[in-house]
Design a protein around this ligand. Structure first.
Ligand SMILES: Nc1ncnc2c1ncn2[C@@H]1O[C@H](COP(=O)(O)OP(=O)(O)OP(=O)(O)O)[C@@H](O)[C@H]1O
Ligand SMILES: O=P(O)(O)OC[C@H]1O[C@H](OP(=O)(O)OP(=O)(O)O)[C@H](O)[C@@H]1O
Length: 215
């Protein structure tokens, strides 16, 4: 039986993915404390690649990985040529435009300065609405409006505590985000039954993990 290669995002999503897989008797070969990046489940012929969240879709689009677990934010920002097969319904957060209270988003002809880690998503969202000037930051984006680098930010919001700690508020909720299962387009055709079987296991694991009984 051919190996099924699965890219798993390390960090926030890794633990949740492992819990869901464990419910299906899978994924228990992944050692989060190890610096290793490849873990092989010989019994089920599954090889897990543990990669940075922003790189999951690259491994899947290239065909190095057949499947991947990744956040919808990454998919929307990178627009990779992959199939999105399942919403895992965890890793939930939202994209929001945020800034100081009462900051105007619709500034007419004057460009709105937006600091973000997600330039593609931001551009797509504002393109028919408001001229923008993008300031790309890799993180700690909330600092930008405080120091006058931008008018607002576009960033992920989960609990809202980072915004609150920095005196910022949500000005507009843009879209909801959660973790997804994606596949390589060729793998999906040539390993369809194997992939479908794995998805069925993940679905069962997701239901059990979410506390719903399967039967
Ligand atoms: N508060 C949050 N901040 C960022 N990502 C979140 C948050 N809540 C849920 N997520 C989801 O978790 C995924 C992985 O986030 P994580 O913080 O592990 O990595 P990252 O911030 O993308 O990368 P890194 O922190 O290594 O630069 C995101 O792509 C997103 O889908
Ligand atoms: O609503 P909250 O629960 O406060 O979560 C939102 C924060 O989490 C993420 O930052 P992260 O800690 O991932 O670091 P980063 O800025 O490097 O992305 C995101 O960029 C926000 O800053």
């Amino acid at each position: 039986m051919k190996w099924l290669i699965i890219a798993v995002a390390k960090g926030r999503l890794e633990d949740e993915v492992k819990k869901i897989l464990a419910q299906a008797g899978l994924g228990n070969v992944i050692d989060s404390d190890s610096r290793k990046l490849i873990f092989e489940d010989d019994k089920n012929r599954i090889r897990y690649l543990v990669v940075k969240p922003v790189d999951v879709a690259t491994y899947v689009e290239s065909g190095v990985a057949d499947l991947g677990f990744v956040g919808k934010d990454v998919l929307l920002e990178q627009e990779k040529d992959v199939y999105e097969l399942m919403d895992l319904e965890f890793g939930k957060c939202i994209f929001a435009a945020a800034g100081f209270p009462n900051t105007l988003i619709d500034k007419g002809e004057e460009p709105l300065r937006i600091a973000t880690k997600y330039p593609n998503i931001t551009t797509n969202y504002f393109q028919d609405r408001q001229k923008i000037e993008l300031i790309y930051l890799n993180g700690s984006v909330e600092l930008a409006p405080i120091v006058g680098l931008s008018d607002i930010i576009v960033d992920l919001v989960e609990t809202g505590s980072t915004l609150k700690a920095n005196g910022l508020v949500i000005l507009e909720e843009m879209m909801t985000i959660s973790a997804r299962v994606i596949s390589n387009r060729v793998s999906y055709r040539f390993q369809h039954d194997r992939i479908q079987q794995f998805l069925d296991e993940v679905k069962k694991g997701k239901m059990v993990y979410a506390g719903n009984s399967i039967n």
